[in-house]
Structure formats: structure tokens, C-alpha cells
Design a protein. Structure first.
Length: 91
């Protein structure tokens, strides 16, 4: 079993994205503990990818620069963990 820790700023960021008639999304960044028993989500990129009411394709465009900054500042500790996305009409 893996423990998940999400920084409060990430939760605030993702839950503050307004509902739209199409999906939007971004990247989740963070790191794994050395023993891989815990994952820490430290960053969520802003929604830079716009999709349809039924899906979104999240590319590096609009997200890569923020990834590079987090990677550099953390000396390579912070990495890409996955994507986040919204669903139309839902928070």
C-alpha cells in the first residue's frame, strides 16, 4: 500500500479551477520516498490544455517550463507523476 501526500497548495489549485463545458488539465509533479512507500505531490501545473466535453489531451505545451523549473530547483528530486483533469460541469 502506498501513502499519498498532497501539498495543500496543490489541492487549492486544482479545486479552484472553475467548471467549464470542456475538460482542462495539467501535470502533477512531485517525488517518491526512497523506499517507494509514499508519493508526495508538490506541484500542479495550471490548466494549459483545452479538450472537449469528453476528454483532454495533455501535452508538454504550457507545462514543460514549469516542470523544468521544479526539476532544477529540486536538483532533480521533483519529477512528473501524472496528469490531473476536470470533468465538464463538475468541480
Amino acid at each position: 500500500m502506498v501513502e499519498l501526500f498532497v501539498h495543500h497548495r496543490v489541492l487549492e489549485h486544482v479545486t479552484s479551477v472553475p467548471a467549464r463545458p470542456y475538460e482542462v488539465g495539467g501535470w502533477l509533479l512531485g517525488y517518491w520516498s526512497e523506499d517507494e512507500a509514499s508519493v508526495f505531490i508538490t506541484h500542479a501545473t495550471p490548466p494549459a490544455s483545452i479538450g472537449t466535453p469528453f476528454g483532454v489531451r495533455i501535452s508538454g505545451r504550457g507545462h514543460r517550463r514549469r516542470f523544468d523549473e521544479a526539476w532544477d530547483v529540486s536538483d532533480g528530486l521533483v519529477t512528473y507523476l501524472g496528469d490531473w483533469h476536470t470533468h465538464p460541469g463538475c468541480p
